[in-house]
Ligand binder design. Structure first.
Ligand code: AMP
Length: 403
């Protein structure tokens, strides 16, 4: 089944005069009580605007940080309510608790078209414990429930999972958009299709590779991960980050790829350095010429040229993980050049590009191309679990909802 089949969208529901409880992920970067990056709020705002315009009473719930089930002022969502209010250009009321009398009074006072944010869900231990009673206490606040938080949908918490037992449950606009984008890259991609899987270690991405093998025409392996594959092919990788214990796993993956008609694309050259620091002296090495005292820290110019050629022939590219140690220049070159090439093809309407994961977003931001990709998911854990082919509990609960 595709990751989206059976999910009801809130766009198709009648919300007029209804109290709609919307689970967002407003766990945003904050410094001294001020939101420093509004990306998540910006993405969520259209869901709120739409509900307001359709005459719903909008009640927003979210977690923020890890207060461990206790009230803690430094994890209050109040500054986030203020930031949302600015973005929406309308009042966002705030209640000091997400359940009980304080929350109930604030919700009952709401008029159609008004917006209320409730205090941090994780001030109550019942949230992360998926406590049924806590889920019920949340549910009494509203007529309908909306999940608009892909990035927390891999958690079976009271506000993402338990609550769907008690209320008619829908996907919000940004969750729908995310599921559609991800599904179009994994479930039914336009071919030829490739996944670019980079990052530090093979060991953390084995389930991802196994899930992708039967679905992709090519898997481009980069970053430290590629070094273990190079070891498996008999190359010496000097002092590079690699996992000798996973050489057999890499060999098995190469075998399975053949069986699945999926090409594993590895670097054909490398940028090496003796030290991992900004501006370190580097040399371009053949795969058989990595000095014993050096590390592979990026793909080399021939690999960049090879990948650029390959991109030209693709219709879909799914990207998770950097091609090199991109945080430290000049080892960002491979990642940045390939990101820009993929973005240009996307802009020209020739390639669909779907990317996700914390480091990947940072790398695409550094390359200045995040807005040019077809879709960039800011979800970390949820994106990886989705790449592994796992059904996310928060999405599954929406499919199974029969209230
Ligand atoms: P991951 O969290 O698995 O996606 O890995 C991302 C990390 O991998 C980043 O911090 C990169 O700096 C690191 N990385 C990528 N390529 C290399 C490499 N060749 N050597 C060491 N670290 C790398």
């Amino acid at each position: 089944m595709s990751s989206i089949e059976g999910v009801k969208s809130i766009a198709d529901a009648d919300v007029k005069d209804k109290t709609v409880l919307v689970r967002a992920d407003l766990n945003v970067p904050m410094e001294e009580g001020r939101v420093t990056d509004t990306t998540r709020i910006d993405r969520f705002a259209p869901t709120v605007r739409d509900l307001v315009e359709r005459g719903a009473k909008v009640v927003i719930i979210s977690h923020f940080g890890r207060p461990k089930g206790q009230r803690d002022k430094k994890f209050s969502l109040k500054p986030v309510a203020e930031a949302l209010s600015k973005i929406l250009g309308m009042e966002v009321k705030f209640a000091n608790d997400c359940v009980g009398e304080v929350a109930e009074k604030a919700v009952w006072a709401l008029k159609p078209g008004e917006v209320l944010m409730l205090e941090n869900l994780r001030f109550h231990p019942g949230e992360t414990e998926n406590d049924e009673n806590f889920a019920r206490r949340l549910s009494v606040l509203a007529d309908m429930y909306v999940n608009d938080a892909f990035s927390v949908s891999h958690r079976a918490h009271a506000s993402t999972y338990g609550i769907t037992k008690f209320l008619p449950s829908y996907a919000g606009l940004s969750l729908m958009k995310e599921l559609e984008a991800l599904s179009s890259a994994l479930d039914n991609p336009e071919r030829p299709t490739a996944a670019l899987v980079g990052g530090a270690k093979v060991s953390t991405k084995i389930p991802v590779l196994e899930n992708l093998l039967p679905r992709m025409d090519q898997i481009i392996v980069g970053g430290g991960m590629a070094n273990t594959f190079l070891l498996a092919l008999g190359h010496d990788v000097g002092k590079s980050l690699a996992e000798p214990d996973y050489v057999d796993t890499a060999k098995t993956i190469l075998e399975k790829a053949k069986e699945n008609n999926c090409e594993i694309v590895l670097p054909v050259d490398a940028v090496c350095a003796k030290e991992f620091k900004a501006g370190a002296e580097t040399e371009v090495c053949d795969l058989d010429g990595v000095p014993a005292d050096s590390m592979i820290l990026d793909i080399g110019p021939q690999s960049i040229a090879d990948l650029k050629m390959r991109l030209q022939d693709l219709k879909t590219l799914l990207w998770n993980g950097p091609l090199g140690a991109f945080e430290v220049p000049p080892f960002d070159t491979g990642t940045v050049e390939i990101a820009r090439a993929a973005a240009a093809l996307t802009k020209a309407g020739k390639l669909k590009t779907v990317a996700g994961g914390g480091d990947t977003v940072a790398a695409l931001n550094a390359a200045g191309v995040t807005d040019e990709f077809t879709y960039v998911s800011t979800a970390g854990g949820a994106f990886l679990e989705w790449l592994e082919g796992k059904e996310l509990p928060g999405v599954k609960a929406l499919k199974e909802n029969d209230c």
